[in-house]
Write a protein that binds this ligand. Structure first.
Ligand SMILES: O=C[C@H](O)[C@H](O)[C@H](O)COP(=O)(O)O
Length: 290
């Protein structure tokens, strides 16, 4: 995971970021030299922390480093209290919530928190941050889950998820939480929801599933991988069909219809599941509760 060095010198905040520790130390020393500060190795280390890496998360670097998302993610971590079992969502926004939980554990601000990750990438980030992790089988329920969204409705407790193809495990873990907190940004709102809905399907059902989506009035599109030839496979070996229905006035009905498609494994409509949305804005953070 990436590392960030931050240090306040007078009025100036020095902040440098790199994918690995050696590079961040070099960059930090360069900046410190410029302002005439010399730090020993140990002191320098105290100012370096793990942060989400744009390389390892599905989003573009701009998404991961986007201030608005970062603000939403960091604020969402405030709902976590000592002793809680926490579902750790996926994506560039939730990554900041995971980072903040790790930093708080490190600082002693939080204790006895256990996490269960919704994806391999969230698992790896949490592990590097030192968040104690356990498997979903250990729990009947979770105190809270923090997860992202591709689109959210400020008037209803529904979201579209699965832009990173992790919606199946996310839905399982989010549904186990007493409280689902969506960490997101203000640019992703829509009433009614209109974002294409990811539908994971058995590979052999891809054509039949797409035909069913057309019959339901949607425009299906098989999702292709970016750094691999051919379609994208989910962590469970399924394919993803993104189903564009335009504006979805009847989200519950749409969810029921998608679940009926032969070979469908899970869809990205999370209907009535959301308790709170905490979202970054241009200059701060805001929230909605249902
Ligand atoms: O499969 C991915 C997840 O549902 C993400 O939570 C969702 O795509 C939002 O991700 P981001 O915060 O990167 O936009």
């Amino acid at each position: 995971m990436a590392k960030q060095f931050t240090y306040t010198h007078g009025d100036e905040e020095i902040s440098v970021w790199a994918e690995d520790r050696t590079e961040v130390v070099e960059k930090a020393r360069e900046r410190l030299d410029e302002v005439g500060v010399s730090l020993g190795d140990e002191e320098l280390d105290d100012h370096i922390r793990v942060v989400p890496s744009p390389k390892r998360i599905k989003s573009d670097p701009e998404d991961v480093l986007m201030e608005m998302r970062k603000r939403g993610g960091l604020e969402a971590a405030e709902v976590v209290e000592s002793g809680m079992d926490v579902g750790l969502g996926t994506g560039s926004t939730t990554a900041w919530a995971i980072a903040a939980i790790g930093w708080k554990l490190d600082d002693g601000e939080l204790e006895n928190v256990r996490g269960v990750a919704t994806s391999l990438q969230s698992h790896d980030l949490a592990r590097e941050l030192g968040i104690p992790l356990t498997d979903v089988d250990e729990f009947d329920s979770l105190d809270v889950a923090i997860d992202g969204a591709d689109q959210w409705d400020p008037d209803h407790p529904h979201v579209v998820k699965g832009g990173g193809a992790s919606h199946a495990r996310e839905k399982l873990i989010d549904s186990m939480a007493d409280r689902l907190v969506i960490a997101t940004d203000e640019q992703k709102t829509a009433t009614p929801l209109s974002h294409p809905v990811p539908l994971s399907v058995l590979p052999e059902s891809r054509n039949v599933a797409q035909e069913w989506v057309r019959e339901q009035g949607g425009e299906p599109s098989l999702r292709y991988a970016e750094a691999k030839d051919g379609p994208l496979f989910t962590a469970n070996g399924n394919l993803v069909v993104d189903c564009d229905f335009g504006e979805m006035d009847d989200v519950e009905g749409r969810a029921t219809d998608l679940a009926r498609i032969p070979g469908a494994q899970e869809h990205g409509l999370f209907v009535g599941m959301v308790d709170d949305v905490i979202y970054g804005t241009d200059d701060g953070v805001d929230s909605v509760s249902f």
